[in-house]
Design a protein around this ligand. Structure first.
Ligand code: SF4
Length: 343
């Protein structure tokens, strides 16, 4: 019999597994708490009745799959390489900071959105990650206990694997799950309108929309999904959505010198966001070796930030992390990591 992986199951689904043998919801919650919160991956170590341990060992395994390799950046950002059981590779980035520790997780191996500035997009699409493979990235790294924030900004477009992403969000935020506040979980998208609508209504987690340019014709050149789902419709949806307290809807604006950092772009940004609570996160661009483009200067980014703020639009500049190990935004493409067995 094929054993069921516990990682990726809700407490209800664990109960469905053990309930027919006479065990209770409380037993199911003890198992989910042990896996997700206490990080106990050896079923025989979970504090449950012996009969349940024996039963569980027959029908399930933890589903925890450790990374194959890692690379450590000069700023202590760590990039991990994982492989699915079917041989698909994907990467996860751990970003330690003074007051928070963020894990950037993947939702797909590769991506089919084809955004021209993104290395992941250029490497093609291998497949969706399961709920267990998404959650496993948070549990299986050595710093799992220290993770305070989760961002779905690794490989893949989360809205292209929405059912698994929504279920992963519910496990991450549930009391019986990882118990991380939904305010500390952000899902990023290039803008698949039906997915964004479902996500806004079905989850309490934050949303970050990658804009690149406020002008549709320019955006189409870089983010092909603009042809199908105009970003302005998504921004309208975000502007009119009644956001519950502390939930954050934001635009990620990667800044490229001379391309999208002109006064014309700034004025258009201000015009489309006027009167909304949508926040703008300004990000430096990370050039790849064969790339002619470069990031806007810090002065230019500060000018954008200041100008947006005095126009009543919330804005911030995000720091670049892990660019020397290709772990920064848009650079994940399964490079060569250091074998973890050598550490
Ligand atoms: S930017 Fe995101 S959606 Fe676009 S190709 Fe890269 S991973 Fe996919």
């Amino acid at each position: 019999m094929l054993k069921k992986s516990l990682c990726g199951l809700t407490a209800d689904e664990i109960f469905d597994l053990i309930g027919p043998s006479g065990f209770t919801v409380a037993h199911a919650v003890t198992i989910s708490n042990s896996i997700y919160k206490k990080k106990i991956f050896d079923i025989s170590q979970i504090k449950i009745p012996g009969r349940l341990t024996n039963e569980l060992l027959k029908i399930a395994n933890s589903g925890i799959n450790f990374p194959l390799s890692c690379e450590v950046s000069a700023d202590n950002t760590i990039k991990y390489l994982f492989r699915t059981e079917t041989g698909k590779d994907f990467e996860t980035v751990y970003i330690p900071e003074k007051k928070r520790n963020t894990i950037c997780i993947s939702t797909q191996s590769g991506c089919r959105m084809g955004c021209s500035y993104c290395v992941t997009g250029r490497s093609g699409f291998k497949g969706n990650l399961t709920v267990g493979e998404i959650i496993n990235q948070i549990l299986a790294i050595p710093d799992a206990e220290r993770v305070t924030h989760v961002v779905f900004m690794g490989m893949g477009e989360p809205m292209d694997n929405l059912d698994n992403v929504m279920k992963a969000c519910s496990i991450i935020t549930a009391e019986w799950g990882l118990s991380i506040s939904s305010r500390n979980v952000t899902v990023s998208t290039v803008g698949i309108l039906p997915g964004v609508e479902l996500f806004l209504n079905g989850s309490g987690c934050n949303l970050a929309l990658s804009l690149y340019s406020p002008f549709p014709e320019e955006r189409k050149q870089i983010i092909p999904v603009e042809n199908q789902y105009p970003v302005r419709k998504i921004i309208e949806l975000m502007k009119n959505f009644r956001v519950k307290k502390k939930r954050r809807l934001s635009l990620a604006y990667v800044m490229l010198r001379g391309l999208n950092d002109t006064d014309r772009h700034l004025e258009e940004l201000k015009s489309i966001l006027k009167g909304s609570s949508v926040r703008v996160n300004l990000l430096p661009y990370h050039a790849t070796p064969d790339d002619q483009n470069c990031s806007s200067s810090l002065e230019k980014m500060q000018f954008f930030k200041h100008s947006l703020i005095i126009s009543g639009i919330s804005a911030s500049i995000r720091k670049s992390r892990g660019s020397d190990i290709s772990a920064a935004c848009g650079l994940l493409a399964v490079g060569t990591g250091r074998d973890l067995s050598l550490l």
